[in-house]
Unconditional design. Structure first.
Lengths: 258, 296
């Protein structure tokens, strides 16, 4: 008979199977790859399983719109998962974790008392540690795209909304002289995002019931950060934009986890 | 075809499709809608119908104009393995035709799922195929293939939009997989191919393709669950397990339907909370699926 439950360490700490177990992955996402650093502690049986090759670090890349789900395994705690840009479309996720690849045992004495000291046999394929899923495409990436605009004078930027494939997004037009920097200049990217956020009161309207999906996601993000949304007095486009994407000295997308 | 072309015409594509359909949620009831709403829609619908019935040159030009494409803009579509399709072949490709199409398109689409799941990609391909006369050269054949199925004008327009790529603003992301016959053909072939590779030939691609093809609602249910509700069944071994179960159903009961697809997918979803379906031995997955159905 198939076992219904085994101990697992969750990143969000909601499982108590191991008294001292912690799983704290760090994920950095870019256009065509994700770098994952898995960090696990307080779980001797799992650490032993890793050393002996019974378990491996894993990252699942998932894109419902292209019917894609793929898992990459690694023996090293830091690894990179690649994908071709043409594999993904729409919202995509990466889920880090630790996976049993062969059968092994977990010693009962390592676990909390509700496991009754039982030694547990873990079959192949069980998730031993699981991280929260992170979006591969950030909210900012799905909201905004950039185009070069030869009609703009040097140093200028212009934002306009557009409806494509049924989704609302915005286009940032950049003058030719600043166009080469857009991929690498985060300040420029966030400035564009501030411009986008200034459009929200007129583009999204004042009735939450009529908001497009991306507006609902942004509204949730702002409300969680306790920052005025575009229907409130005191709405500030710069503040809203820097809730979505902070100004930072280095690019780190790990704050995009859900 | 690269995605730059698709991105470039994405906005005109959406605007064109939305301009052709009357949406009760937006416009209210047709009978109550004022002429300033209904007349422009009727006018645009008439233009499309006229373009179809006028034949391939007129239709190609009409579509290119709507998307802002010049008449000399090249469109790289996957190669057609036959000179032309009859209207009935086009609307409901038999499984063998789907295999031919899949084999011909494999090189272009195998690793470019973002293209194959794009309604606009398939519309652009249709423009290229219309130019090549793949749906018949005259207006009657085009009309039969692309518009037929219902007398109401709105229905005929929607048939056109669905068949030539899908109608995402009405039918969502499942539309391209369910409504566009040629996209549907590709995806069935592709997933059947994947089943054969995943099972190392134990379930052949022909058998898997037949299972995905033989009951339309089951295919649509599989697509809907894969896209929206139970995305973990996109793991290749999960699809192989679904194909296995449907095959068992055919052997034991002579048939299956969409409820069987739901039951298997739901059972696999429960398993996937604890296990990676792709790293669980297939035999266990076949056995597990029977056990889960008992409690589903």
């Amino acid at each position: 008979m198939m076992r219904m439950s085994l101990p697992v360490v969750l990143e969000d700490g909601s499982r108590l199977d191991w008294p001292d177990g912690r799983y704290e992955p760090k994920v950095r996402v870019s256009m065509d790859r994700a770098n994952i650093l898995h960090r696990l502690s307080g779980v001797p049986s799992l650490e032993r399983a890793l050393d002996e090759g019974m378990a491996r670090w894993a990252a699942e890349i998932r894109c419902p719109k292209t019917l894609l789900s793929r898992i990459a395994l690694s023996t090293a705690p830091e690894h990179t998962v690649n994908w071709h840009p043409d594999e993904l479309d729409g919202v995509s996720w990466i889920v880090p974790g630790l996976l049993a690849v062969e059968e092994f045992e977990i010693r009962g004495e390592e676990l909390n008392s509700f496991w009754h000291g039982e030694t547990l046999l873990v079959p192949s394929g069980w998730w031993l540690a699981q991280g929260t899923k992170r979006k591969v495409n950030t909210l900012a990436q799905s909201l905004l795209r950039f185009v070069k605009d030869e009609k703009l004078a040097d140093g200028r930027m212009h934002i306009q909304p557009e409806h494509g494939s049924g989704h609302l997004r915005f286009v940032a037009h950049l003058a030719t002289d600043i166009w080469p920097e857009i991929q690498t200049n985060r300040t420029l990217q966030v400035a564009a995002l501030i411009g986008v956020c200034s459009h929200f009161p007129t583009t999204f309207g004042m009735d939450p019931a009529e908001e497009p999906e991306v507006a609902r996601e942004i509204r949730d993000r702002l409300e969680m950060a306790d920052v005025p949304v575009w229907t409130d007095d005191g709405y500030d486009a710069a503040l809203a934009a820097t809730v979505i994407e902070e100004f930072r000295r280095t690019l780190d997308n790990d704050s995009q986890k859900n | 075809m690269n995605r730059d072309l698709i991105r470039r015409v994405d906005v005109p594509f959406t605007r064109w499709q939305r301009g052709l359909t009357f949406e009760p949620k937006t416009h209210g009831k047709w009978a109550d809608a004022p002429p300033e709403i209904t007349d422009p829609i009727r006018q645009r619908q008439t233009e499309l119908i006229d373009a179809v019935t006028d034949g391939t040159v007129a239709l190609s030009q009409y579509l290119r104009t709507q998307l802002g494409l010049g008449s000399d803009q090249p469109i790289e579509a996957p190669p057609f393995p036959r000179p032309a399709l009859t209207p009935s072949e086009y609307k409901e490709p038999p499984v063998q035709l789907e295999e031919e199409l899949g084999m011909a398109w494999r090189d272009m689409l195998e690793h470019r799922k973002a293209l194959a799941s794009s309604p606009l990609f398939w519309l652009l391909c249709h423009i290229s195929w219309i130019d090549e006369g793949r749906f018949g050269g005259d207006g009657l054949a085009l009309e039969e293939a692309l518009l037929s199925g219902g007398d109401a004008r709105e229905r005929r327009i929607r048939n056109f939009l669905r068949r030539t790529g899908g109608l995402p603003h009405v039918r969502g992301n499942t539309s391209v997989f369910s409504d566009c016959p040629l996209a549907r053909a590709w995806w069935r072939f592709h997933l059947a191919d994947e089943v054969e590779r995943t099972t190392q030939g134990r379930i052949g691609s022909k058998a898997a393709h037949w299972l995905f093809h033989c009951h339309r609602q089951s295919w649509e249910t599989l697509v809907m669950l894969s896209l929206k509700r139970i995305t973990t069944i996109n793991q290749p071994r999960a699809r192989a397990a679904i194909a296995h179960h449907l095959g068992v159903r055919v052997q034991t009961k002579g048939r299956f339907d969409q409820n069987d697809v739901k039951a298997v997918a739901t059972g696999l979803a429960r398993v996937s909370l604890r296990r990676s379906l792709d790293y669980t031995p297939l035999e266990e997955l076949y056995d597990m699926e029977v056990t889960e159905l008992a409690t589903a």
